[in-house]
Design a protein around this ligand. Sequence first.
Ligand code: ATP
Ligand code: MG
Length: 722
Amino acid sequence: MQGTAEYLRSLNPAQHQAVTHDPSVPLQILAGPGSGKTRVLTCRVAHLVDHYSISPEDICAVTFTNKAANEMRERLKKLIGPERTMSLVMGTFHAICAKLLRIYGTRIYLNANFSICDADESKRIIKDLLKPHLAVVRDVPLTLKPAQVLSEISHFKAKGITPSQAKLAAVGTGHNFALNAISENSRIIAEVYEEYAKELKSTNSLDFDDLLIFGVQLLKTDPNIVKNTRHVLVDEFQDTNAIQFELMELLASANKCISIVGDPDQSIYGWRSADVENLQKMKTRLPTTVQIFLEENYRSTAGILRVCLAIISEDKKRIPKTLYTSHGNGPLPILNKCEDERAEGIFLAKEIRRLVAYSGGSFGYGDFVVLLRYNALSRTIETAFQREGIPHRFLGGKKFFERLEVKDLLAYLQVVDNPTFTPAFVRVVNIPKRGIGNKSIEELVAQAKKNGISPMAMVEGIVSDDIPDTKPPLRRKVAPFVKVILELRKQAKKGEYADELIRNLLELIEYQEHLKSTQPDWETRWENVRELITFASQMEPPSYTEDDESPPATDAELNVGPPAELNRGNITPLRHFLESSMLSTDTQTAEEEANKPKVIISTCHAAKGLEWPVVFVLLVFEGGAFPFARSEDHDEERRLLYVACTRAQGLLYLTHCQTRCTEGKLSHVLPAIALLNFHEIAFTSRKDLLPVLPEGDTSLIFKILQRPMPDSQEVQRLVAEL
Ligand code: ATP
Ligand code: MG
């Protein structure tokens, strides 16, 4: 109980009220960045367990990213102990649904060994499906791209529109207007949507949207699954979409105890159908909902907060709210204009190196983040960092799991686990090279489809002589592949751990040799392979395994409620591993990060909810970053800039260039004043700030970070050395 008292003592009165609020009354905690929303949510979980004696397995906490779930888990381990923390149901909506579907999916006729199809694989499927459609249309200029079609399909799914409804709507368009590119495009998108859904079904796979859709379907079919859930908590609620709202309601259907935290000013996923109106919707659905506002920002210096508030206050439609800090000014944010993007990269690298050196050991590389509006901006930064020897890594996205070598190995394991998953089969049937060309693979897939079986079943049949060889040499070529898959399948069924399976796989296919002969940078790639093994070996093993034919959980098991089952059911170690890899957004563990601190490069979207001592935001270019040229919603762009700048604790840099090379063309760029009222904001220009970290105010940075001030003599010595 002493732990309890301690965490309550660290809260301000409004936070305390939120944490201790009666669990049976729905709660909305609305507040600006850095005001402790996530901290309050974490403490509330601890309080529900510790004070209200709610079993951890009956509490469901939803975070926006897996990284956030891990961080919350780490904090809770300290507050309520590792054992109780591990029993909590905690993760993103996607991860929670994936687990429920693994265990109970058979109740809605899903196979437990479904594969999770990532955006890349979805795009590849759509590309193939799109081809014949585009070939038929001649007179109408069509510009459909797989990514665009996928995003449209995703919007349909988020709104609960089925393929047949989409088709009907598209026909409607065609009747109303003359046949033109727009109506033709919608018709094609609707048709591809239908074919795509069929393709996923026949390959026994679900894309990310499906995880939510089927999750909803499952809980609607059998609400008993969550009948013991006593409390549902959701972080970053402003970015939930309609289907996630429905999921939240279903998860909480037993007694409607819900606590959410959110900030409408930070809603940045409108483009992915997130709906900030969900805040109002919750109040309408649960009229007893109480709202609590937090107004003190603990994260940033006053100088930084002032700039952030100046950015967001340009949004005339927003409801103003109070956000103040008791911290002093600190060094003012720094606006830095560079000649071009190359100079910008070098500026970042040098500035980081200088701060690390001058801070007398107080700043390490892990204290810096470079925030980008979109990923492609990272190229020049990376080049500069490589040249200047600044250790760095990407956050978010699926960078690690997107690498060729990682994808190859995962695809092999996917085929082992779910032989009907065609995209994985297509990827690796000819890796290492077995003389099976793309054309043969295409024919094989088409033939299998005609026969109503999967390509894997087809080659298995050919090798075992149950199916006649379509092209006689094929049998010989696919035989080694089939042998590897069968061998690993046997091991996986026995419950072999994923790291061991990967090691065996590497040996069976002589993967290192393959990399050596095909990839000039094979050594780095081999490092990634080893990293994957490490990742696999660090997984907490599922406590119980069954094979595919296991019956669905019994009613007796059901009475225990889902959380206890979440580690059980049809989750073999391999499946558990695949799921974590497919849903993972970041592989670096906190421990690794502490050992090898690196500057983070991240998109602004992925940085949501996080904080760093020093933040660089690559700023405004016309036709470039803020506002993003393709975005029509300038308010959302402004909120995104606000999210980016509010990540900073001690130092905030905004950089922009005079000229920039876009798509090979040099263009003059103007800061997009649309988002920022520059002259109203107090900035420091570079030359005023340094050579050494400014005295006086700088101490505030270290106070916020709760680190000792660098020894000034030591700093002087370092400066003299430089
Ligand atoms: P965001 O909107 O960016 O997600 P948030 O509202 O969730 O921000 P937190 O991340 O929970 O804010 O907290 C921001 C920082 O302030 C954290 O470092 C947290 O530990 C610290 N903090 C929060 N409340 C207090 C408090 N009462 N006393 C001291 N530090 C606090
Ligand atoms: Mg937060």
